[in-house]
Design a protein around this ligand. Structure first.
Ligand code: ATP
Ligand code: MG
Length: 137
């Protein structure tokens, strides 16, 4: 079974739509293998998004990710990584297909409701960033 990492970002947590987003994963046959609410430190967020460190939007991205609590989830199922990316929709909610999480819950390219791992290899790294093995079932 493939696993991927989802983060419900501070905007969606503040909107009180955590349950609605998790329900979409379950409706798409993804299983919640682990989940927790947490708040990232600046050091955490900079490390998690280190791949974007040289991009002009890096500081805004980090500031946003630490602006409030997030809900981090390990999703498990067939093609979990790609399936989650499909459910999320495009990075910019203005371009996200109708019915996707970002089309329905995101306000802007910064406040875009969810993060999802973008490869199976990165998913393994991102899951290990947040969860110990004994926390994933
Ligand atoms: P995420 O990694 O959060 O799941 P993504 O994989 O769809 O999103 P990335 O290219 O990895 O998109 O960018 C990471 C985050 O950086 C995006 O979610 C978005 O908030 C922000 N971002 C990406 N591109 C831009 C941009 N051109 N301008 C402003 N912010 C951006
Ligand atoms: Mg990404």
């Amino acid at each position: 079974m493939e696993q991927t990492l989802s983060i419900i970002k501070p905007d969606a947590v503040a909107k009180n739509v955590v349950g609605q987003i998790l329900a979409r994963f379950e409706a798409a046959d993804l299983r919640i293998a682990a989940t927790k609410k947490t708040r990232l430190s600046r050091v955490d967020a900079e490390a998690f998004y280190a791949i974007h460190a040289e991009r002009p939007f890096f500081k805004d991205l980090v500031d946003f990710m630490i602006s409030g609590p997030v809900v981090v989830t390990v999703l498990e199922g067939n093609d979990a990584m790609a399936k989650n990316r499909d459910l999320m929709g495009a990075t910019n909610p203005a371009e996200a297909e109708a019915g996707t999480i970002r089309a329905d819950f995101a306000d802007s390219i910064d406040a875009n409701a969810v993060h999802g791992s973008d490869s199976v290899e990165n998913a393994k790294i991102e899951i290990a960033f947040f969860f110990a093995e004994r926390e994933i079932y």
